[in-house]
Design a protein around this ligand. Structure first.
Ligand SMILES: Cc1cc2nc3c(=O)[nH]c(=O)nc-3n(C[C@H](O)[C@H](O)[C@H](O)COP(=O)(O)OP(=O)(O)OC[C@H]3O[C@@H](n4cnc5c(N)ncnc54)[C@H](O)[C@@H]3O)c2cc1C
Length: 390
């Protein structure tokens, strides 16, 4: 019935699964065998008391079967470069696509550029173009921390819902790999900065002897989502079996380090970086492609995310719903755990609880951004018991 959930979670170790995106990147299979590397002895249990719930957010992944749209078009004589549709991988791949969008824009040698959108894609694209010396203005209805990007899990998950195998071009995997590697390198340049916008924190995949059924079945013909993480093998710290774990489970635990985006701080530093290279940000609500083409700038870049479906009439964009319940940060215990298809991730800017549903079809085609408290309660009931120690 289900071709992916178990296999891809275990094989990949859960970078993307913890991202709330059921297919994960990479994860080498090398066994270290040390329990000290992740300091189980010092590990404090996450406090998932229900009273800690501060809010529930819902976000829509902008999925395109053919992969993200990155191309130049002409509208009313103006060059529009489209850069949207990054599914569950927008944060991860942002810098890679930003570089390619910059190259498309630079072909016209513009002096001024308008970027629509201040999410992960708009911000990175605007910075990359501004670094070439062009005068760049971001126009956006929602500023960075108001955008859907602010409601993401915040982990390195470059092949999460990035396309369907049958719909992408034959050269997509190779192009994707180059983009992912370039993006990863730029994320790395934020590691160690004050405020820790990007950092590596431990993840644990806690197994159970009872197979957790997925909340939704994939189509009868099977799962066709691209899972390209293995192409990046060797880039990330390896995962291994972890003995002596305190997690209350009847099976083993695998652990590793995963690149984590503390989105509040990352978005702030990106905004500062953009302003520092002379960028400007203006609030604007663009109603049509004709209005988009009228934005001041020799070239306009469309980074509208899922909203490109309405703005650009791109009906190939499919919404993929994802919900996160937030608790206040617990910064003395920064790690993530995946158990029974639920992820609990303690980030510097919040503790997240997320039901991943067990496969990539969870939330597929669902554009409803209304919070569902019952989903959170069910997820909490599944994962909270493993922290009963200490
Ligand atoms: C639950 C969940 C968890 C996720 N976790 C991860 C993760 O851990 N790692 C990862 O890599 N990816 C993750 N993703 C995917 C990632 O969040 C998206 O791919 C990414 O946010 C898309 O960014 P964007 O900039 O294209 O779109 P958005 O963040 O939606 O930004 C769009 C911008 O365009 C503006 N805009 C749109 N239309 C108009 C208009 N007409 N006029 C004016 N402004 C307009 C908006 O106001 C906004 O500023 C997750 C997604 C979900 C749903």
């Amino acid at each position: 019935m289900l071709k992916i959930s178990r296999r891809s979670i275990i094989a990949s170790g859960l970078g993307a699964t913890l991202a709330g995106c059921a297919n994960a990147p990479i994860i080498g299979g090398r066994t270290i065998g040390s329990t000290k590397a992740y300091g189980f002895g010092a590990l404090k249990p996450l406090d998932l008391s229900i009273e800690n719930l501060s809010t529930i957010t819902v976000c829509t992944r902008p999925f395109r079967a053919a992969g993200p749209r990155l191309e130049a078009a002409t509208v009313n004589g103006k060059t529009i470069v489209h850069n949207y549709g990054h599914g569950g991988s927008g944060w991860s791949l942002a810098w890679g696509y930003a570089g390619n969008a910059r190259d498309l824009v630079a072909a016209g040698r513009p002096k001024s550029v308008a970027v629509l959108g201040a999410g992960a894609i708009g911000l990175t694209t605007a910075i990359a173009i501004a670094e070439t010396g062009a005068k760049v203005t971001i126009f956006a209805r929602e500023l960075p921390m108001e955008s859907r990007s602010a409601r993401a899990t915040g982990v390195w998950s470059p092949s999460s819902r990035i396309g369907l195998g049958a719909a992408v071009n034959a050269d997509f995997p190779a192009r994707w790999e180059a983009l992912a590697r370039r993006s990863y390198a730029r994320h790395l340049s934020y590691v160690g900065r004050a405020g820790d916008p990007v950092e590596f924190t431990p993840r644990f995949y806690v197994r159970s002897q009872t197979r957790e059924p997925p909340l939704i079945d994939p189509p009868a013909e099977g799962d066709d989502f691209l899972h390209l993480g293995r192409r990046l093998r060797g880039m990330e710290p390896p995962w291994s079996e972890r003995n002596g774990s305190p997690f209350r489970s009847d099976a083993g635990v695998r652990g590793g380090l995963v690149m984590t985006f503390n989105i509040a701080e990352y978005a702030r530093q990106m905004t500062d970086d953009f302003l520092a290279v002379g960028g400007r940000i203006e609030r604007a609500d663009i109603a049509s492609m004709a209005d988009l083409a009228r934005l001041p700038g020799d070239v306009v870049v469309n980074c509208a995310g899922y909203d490109a479906r309405t703005l650009a009439g791109d009906t190939s964009l499919v919404p993929v719903r994802g919900q996160i319940a937030w608790m206040p940060p617990q910064t003395d215990r920064l790690y993530g755990v995946f158990y029974r298809n639920v992820m609990a991730l303690s980030r510097r800017d919040g503790l997240l609880i997320q039901e991943t549903g067990g496969n990539d079809y969870y939330g597929f085609g669902d554009g409803d951004e209304t919070p569902d408290k019952d989903e959170f309660l069910a997820a909490l009931a599944k994962i909270a018991p493993i922290f009963n120690w200490g």
